[in-house]
Design a protein around this ligand. Sequence first.
Ligand code: CTP
Length: 416
Amino acid sequence: METITLIEHKHIVLAVTGSIASYKAVDLASKLTQAGAIVEVIMTDSAQQFITPLTFESVTGQPVYTHLWKAESNGGLPTHIAHVGLGEQADLLVIVPATANTIAKLAHGLADDLLTVTVLATRCPLLIAPAMDGAMYTHPATRANLQTLIERGVYVIEPEEGRFASGLVGKGRLPDTPVLMGHIRRLLGQRGHLAGQHVVVTAGGTREPLDPVRYISNRSSGKQGYSIAQAALDAGATVTLISSAQHLVAPIGAELVTVNTALEMERTVLEYSTYADVLVMAAAVADFRPSNIAEQKIKKTETQGDTLMVELVRNPDILLEVKAQRQETGFPRVVVGFAAESENLLVNAKSKLDRKGLDLLIANDISASDAGFEVDTNRVLLLSLDEGVKQLELRSKMQVAEAVVERIAVLLEQSN
Ligand code: CTP
């Protein structure tokens, strides 16, 4: 796993309480560490019934804190200042999993162990992920305690529905690590340089139906668009992802609007463009669609000989329509397009920047095997009127996305 810019070098205090879900916190600690965070773990006595401090020490490379009064044998802060010291350094305090007992203590300001004392002594954002049996989670006492915490500004991750260790089914399961990571990114990025901005990103190749079972599409996976949506979320934006991508999980915090065809995408993009601050058209919109969609599956016996003729008609160019709408409304304030080229990259890209009225264009050479469609890396040119052409060497799609989001922030500033 590569480092995550937003998480790298951040001090995260991960407090683990005693639940059968405690073991899942090990994976979270590991992923946060791999993402570049300094992870300091506090364990309650009950957490140690399920898992040992050594496990966390091994994945984080940091001492684990278990006592309010006794010094840790493995180093770390002196015991009398641990609760203040941990909190002071922390950019974020997360309690994963948070039991009903810990939630009740926090709601009432109790301070009888290292975790609860640290929470009271800390002023950084606090995130909790409740995990408990369904009946405990829906009990009026737990509901009221959680409500108190939410009103106090605590970020509460809703547990998932599912099967508990008891065999019962209900709501109270701790979400998996990617979901927890998504929420942590959301909270860490909330005051980023796109805070207060609404960014609309399109992604994936549109699918143009031929009959009820077949469609024409292209090789776009949607990965670059999804990475841009994540980078915009990391920068604190409100994000809408208009997607025709298959099999990708939308980043936590993004509003997902699923579309299939170019015409559906056109309608949705024009609607959001009336008020969005930024539009990033990363989708590979099909330029043509079958002129007729057969109502029934096309049978090979119906075709003449060995050939099947399919007539295609032009789809609208969405960016050209956005350009026209923007001339009337002034929105979106910043419009970003992509160019997928297999030859004459720079010449074709420059002409697209101009013709489509873009503020920024990301051009990629789709003939390279390590860039463009389907792979996780990309090598792109960034073209804009103010900065001319800038080449980004081969890097991950997430790193490309971060560079794009940085440029968007500058362009938004200039548009004020
Ligand atoms: N695009 C669009 N509407 C279309 C086709 C493309 O809005 N019907 C957008 C894409 O989302 C991308 C940009 O236009 O941001 C350029 O897409 P690309 O496929 O490279 O170019 P085309 O406009 O299709 O031009 P050509 O086929 O001549 O390369």
